[in-house]
Design a protein around this ligand. Structure first.
Ligand code: 0X9
Ligand code: ZN
Length: 412
């Protein structure tokens, strides 16, 4: 393990080797002992937990947060490392490309271009939709895939990249659109997906953050959007900015924090765009919101240890367990990881009765690449998740039907 740690840290130092970034020069990689969800929640109240492994949590945090950790959880620190962050040289500020080796990942512009291409190639069954604009004015663009075959239908919303550095989720959602459209001629099963259901795919909810994260051709471990908080700090954590029990637990009121909740629920144009889109669409019954990493399938509640209860609890558990059979991820209630309020799924389920799952994609751990697993992770992650995604689409018209299904093991 030690060797692996050193290996990974030197990789990180290498990829981040352009040093110093505006005010923030270093981050701290910390490993804390945290043996249960209650302790993890206490820690999540202070810092964004990146992964949970057995009785430990790992995080990659600012110096400011590290000082808080030293103050509050001194006895829990197993190890920590200070890591220099990359600096954006002025001459590199306008370069919008992934670091060398990772160019296969789609930048904001490439994502937009790909969505336009898919729409152009499939004009009769696709529409481009803008949910709204980001803080910096970028379009939050998505694609609707549907035919007019069936009149009474529900919709599914599949989203990528709420968190800037979770670029793999842009790839998975884009590839899902490519896969459905690319196989529509060959497979009746795939045609049925959009004949029966309306599929909305939005690969980049946080285009400003994702763009910032790769500025200058190196990664910056950015999580939030790019709101100017007015005190020298930037960013609101979009997955703490939704409106159900906003700000009550596992979120920070400090604008400098990586889990900053914002000034109010839905203060951010990106979360407001999702809210308004869901409300205007009206018939969304399922949401898949893609995050990385840890290989988990999470379902509400996230703010409390209580389950949602009743038949809905059974639907959540059945769907999560079924999907985990295919991707091998661990299915669990969000709060079993740690409690936080203001995430997408608590709001979607509480306000709109939408069955909403948060996927934490590959890799499993920091040691396998964390948020930056490299381009070689894209295809395996898609292969692992396309069956769960198809299953969620197939049950969108009547999610309760899963209660009468046997555990499936199908191939395409
Ligand atoms: O903390 C988050 O926003 C998500 N994890 S991530 O590493 N992608 O940031 C998980 C949210 C799950 N919801 C709750 N635990 N409430
Ligand atoms: Zn995330």
């Amino acid at each position: 393990m030690k060797l692996k740690v050193v290996g990974f840290l030197s990789f990180l130092l290498f990829t981040m080797s352009f040093t110093v970034f505006a005010a923030e020069t270093h981050r701290y990689f910390v490993h804390l002992k945290a043996e249960n969800a209650e302790i993890r929640t206490q820690i999540a109240n202070i810092i964004p937990i990146e992964s949970v492994v057995e009785d430990s949590v790992y995080a990659f945090i600012t110096k400011r947060d590290f000082l808080k950790v030293k103050q509050l959880f001194k006895n829990r620190i197993v190890e920590y490392h200070s890591i220099a962050l990359p600096q954006i040289e002025n001459r590199l500020r306008n370069i919008e490309e992934f670091p060398s080796g990772d160019e296969k990942f789609h930048t904001y512009q490439e994502t937009i271009d790909e969505l336009h291409k898919l729409n152009k190639e499939n004009p009769s069954i696709t529409k481009l939709i803008s949910m709204g604009k980001s803080v910096e004015g970028r379009d939050i663009l998505g694609i609707e895939i549907s035919s007019s075959k069936r009149k009474t239908r529900n919709s599914i919303l599949i989203m990528g990249t709420h968190h800037a550095r979770e670029h793999l989720t842009t790839e998975l959602t884009l590839m899902t659109a490519q896969y459905i459209l690319g196989n529509s001629g060959k497979s009746e099963r795939i045609r049925n997906l959009y004949d029966d259901t309306t599929i909305y795919i939005f690969p980049l909810i946080n285009p400003d953050g994702a763009t910032y994260d790769i500025t200058g051709g190196s990664y910056h471990s950015w999580r939030k959007n790019r709101r100017n908080n007015g005190n020298g700090s930037y960013g609101v954590d979009l997955n703490r900015n939704y409106g159900h029990r906003w700000g009550t637990i596992g979120a920070s009121s400090d604008p400098r924090s990586d889990t900053y909740m914002g000034t109010a629920a839905f203060s951010e144009p990106e979360t407001r765009a999702v809210k308004e889109f869901v409300e205007q669409t009206g018939n969304i019954s399922t949401i898949l919101t893609m995050h990385t990493y840890s290989e988990l399938i999470l379902y509400p509640w996230g703010y409390t240890y209580d389950g949602v209860g009743g038949a809905d609890q059974q639907v959540y558990e059945t769907m999560a367990n079924q999907m985990s059979k295919w991707n091998g991820y661990k299915a669990q209630q969000s709060s079993d990881l740690y409690r936080t309020a203001g995430d997408t799924c608590d709001w979607a389920y509480a306000e709109h009765n939408i069955f909403c799952f948060t996927f934490e994609l590959s890799p499993k751990s920091f040691w396998d690449g964390g948020f930056y697993p490299g381009a070689s992770a894209i295809v395996p992650t898609f292969n692992a998740n396309i069956r769960p995604i198809v299953y969620a689409i197939e049950n969108t018209n009547d999610p309760y039907a899963v209660l009468n299904q046997k555990l499936q093991a199908y191939n395409f």
